[in-house]
Design a protein around this ligand. Structure first.
Ligand SMILES: [Zn+2]
Length: 275
């Protein structure tokens, strides 16, 4: 069934587990993620991101995601990840997304608050939820491990949450998007400070490549939603290489891809639920 973030993240906080957002840019990934969640009887968040639209047009992939969510046996949030513009966020809402992230983290603190608050007003009017970002989660490719300038400060998180009314808050505590070149070091003390300051469910971006122990500590420290994409791409790439090695047909390789990605998703769902 199609739901927004509210109930799913409320249950996650009460149960002290995290729900994964697995971006699904095509129907192979979509099938893999939904079937993994159904098999484990777990809620799940699917979606796409503004930077991923060149790989799967929003108007084409949205109806498939929403249809898959509606017929699923588990709660499914269809979330637009890292919306960078109002236009794209509104397009996603018009297409039936139940949740969006408005990412104003590259702008000034004041602009991020003003724009996110406006987005919350518009989305809530349609029954959709909104995730914001305070601090800035950068790219693994351009990353400096010692640079903590973009990390979230607890006082900013509190002001942001109060002034915007967001339903979930992405925090920067040392993770990055993409593939890590050096082992990431998460600032769990900072996470504890943020958790104490705000009551909003917290989100960890850049989850691909963290150790199982990092995830366990982050969830115990108050993270309720974790974004995974790069790991799914890696599973899909492995499936294609193996399939070519095994001289499989195009459709055989496609089956491999769904199976490998499904296994990668199941591993993460189990880890995030602590089962
Ligand atoms: Zn992100």
């Amino acid at each position: 069934m199609l739901v927004n973030l509210s109930g799913v993240l409320k249950d996650a906080r009460e149960g002290r587990y995290a729900v994964g957002l697995f971006n699904t840019t095509d129907t192979d990934m979509l099938e893999a993620v939904i079937s993994a969640a159904e098999e484990l009887e777990s809620p799940v968040i699917i979606g796409t991101a503004e930077v991923l639209l060149p790989y799967g047009e929003l108007k084409l992939i949205a109806p498939a995601m929403i249809a898959a969510a509606k017929r699923a046996k588990v709660p499914v949030v269809v979330h637009f990840d890292h919306g960078l513009t109002f236009g794209r966020c509104m397009e996603a809402l018009d297409l039936g997304f139940s949740s969006i992230m408005f990412d104003g983290s590259l702008g000034s603190f004041r602009d991020n608050i003003a724009q996110t608050a406006e987005m919350v007003r518009l989305a809530h009017g349609r029954g959709a939820t909104v995730e914001g970002e305070i601090g800035h989660v950068g790219e693994a490719s351009g990353r400096d491990n010692e640079n903590t300038d973009g990390y979230t400060r607890a006082a900013d998180a509190l002001e942001f949450a109060e002034k915007t009314g967001v339903d979930a808050l992405a925090v920067a505590i040392g993770t990055a998007h993409g593939t890590y070149k050096t082992k990431p070091r998460l600032d769990f003390e900072r996470l504890a400070g943020i958790r104490e300051a705000v009551d909003v469910p917290l989100v960890l971006h850049g989850g691909s490549g963290l150790s199982d122990e990092d995830f366990r500590k982050a969830i115990a420290g108050g993270i309720s939603k974790i974004n995974i994409f790069t790991d799914l791409c890696a599973a899909g790439e492995r499936a294609m290489r193996d399939g070519i090695g095994q001289k499989l047909s195009y459709l055989g390789i496609r089956e491999n891809r769904v199976r490998y990605i499904k296994e990668a998703v199941e591993k993460k769902i189990r880890l995030f639920k602590g089962v």
